[in-house]
Design a binder for this molecule. Structure first.
Ligand SMILES: [Zn+2]
Length: 314
């Protein structure tokens, strides 16, 4: 049997590792809080420890990483990261982990990894042209073209959060500007929009819960966000011509029904059969996709591309 691989998911609050079989099945998991406040070296040490626990008993050889931030596609170094991982920008994640683990490590952005996972064994299994949008605290996106992560010139391709969105004019995006999709269709956006309407500041998750319970203000906020998201995604379908669009993330669950309706209404006729699908891998998407990258991608420092047609030969 070909060796399993280890996939790592390094986020601002938690670091997850999984041992993943050649067919995408998760064979084992490790989870630890990310020591973000202790700096990048401590974060990398934690990730390496979790990987090591899975590498040795499993005999796995390859390691892939999905991490928060924008990764330089040429070097595997973090170009940009938010305050959730202080000091993360400038960290050579691939090289540092390769040194700690004495084996090749491939690295990409966490949303890119999730797209690889979903196209491998998740919601978009066997689809090679895919747009994945992750609505969590913020709003991230990833684009697979012909089975490869489209990184763009600086590793930022697919970031849909900064597109102008109807209804977001009074809402502040994570980038600091107003009127962007992330400002309305994200956990932060739901929280802010609900506060504008009611004067009460609660978490986006709580807004979604109140909407599900039928509270009119919360329902209106979620409906507006979902409609904005669905309309923008439909426009992107005409630009990018994917086989499917996948909506992931905690806020994505709440937004999905409304987004799917708006998406279907807005799709130009030529793309009427392109589905908007709910993500299927949940919290495993990043580790599974990172393992996929480990198996088939070139090393950090060259490119983050991966060919998903190799799954049939794995
Ligand atoms: Zn923005």
């Amino acid at each position: 049997m070909a060796a399993a691989r280890v996939g790592l998911d390094i986020g601002g609050t938690k670091t997850a590792a999984a041992l993943v079989a050649v067919d995408g099945q998760v064979l084992g998991r490790r989870l630890a809080p990310t020591p973000a406040g202790s700096g990048p070296a401590a974060v990398l040490d934690t990730a390496a420890r979790l990987a090591r626990e899975l590498l040795d008993p499993g005999g796995a050889v390859a390691v892939g990483v999905g991490t928060a931030g924008t990764l330089d596609p040429a070097t595997g170094t973090v170009r940009y990261a938010t305050d959730s991982l202080p000091g993360w920008a400038g960290t050579a994640v691939g090289d540092e982990l390769a040194e700690r683990l004495a084996r090749p490590v491939r690295v990409t952005n966490d949303v890119n990894a999730a797209a690889l996972g979903e196209s491998w064994v998740g919601a978009a299994r066997d689809r090679r042209d895919l747009l994945l949008v992750a609505a969590g605290t913020g709003l991230g996106g990833a684009l697979l073209q012909h089975g490869r992560i489209s990184t763009g010139a600086r590793g930022g391709a697919g970031e849909v959060g900064h597109l102008p969105a109807p209804g977001a004019e009074r809402l502040r995006c994570g980038c600091g500007r107003y009127g962007h999709l992330e400002g309305i269709a994200s956990g932060t956006g739901l929280s802010a929009a609900y506060a504008l309407v009611t004067g009460v500041r609660i978490a986006g998750r709580a807004v979604a819960e109140r909407a599900a319970a039928g509270e009119p203000s919360a329902r209106a906020v979620v409906d507006r966000a979902a409609t904005a998201l669905g309309r923008v995604l439909a426009g992107l379908v005409a630009l990018l011509d994917p086989q499917a669009v996948v909506l992931a993330g905690g806020a994505g669950d709440a937004l999905f029904p409304g987004a799917r309706a708006a998406f279907a209404d807005e799709l130009p006729a030529a793309w009427a059969d392109v589905p908007l699908l709910p993500a299927a891998l949940g919290a495993d998407a990043v580790v599974v996709g990172a393992a996929r990258l480990a198996a088939h991608g070139p090393p950090a420092g060259s490119d983050t591309a991966v060919a998903t047609d190799e799954r049939t030969r794995a």
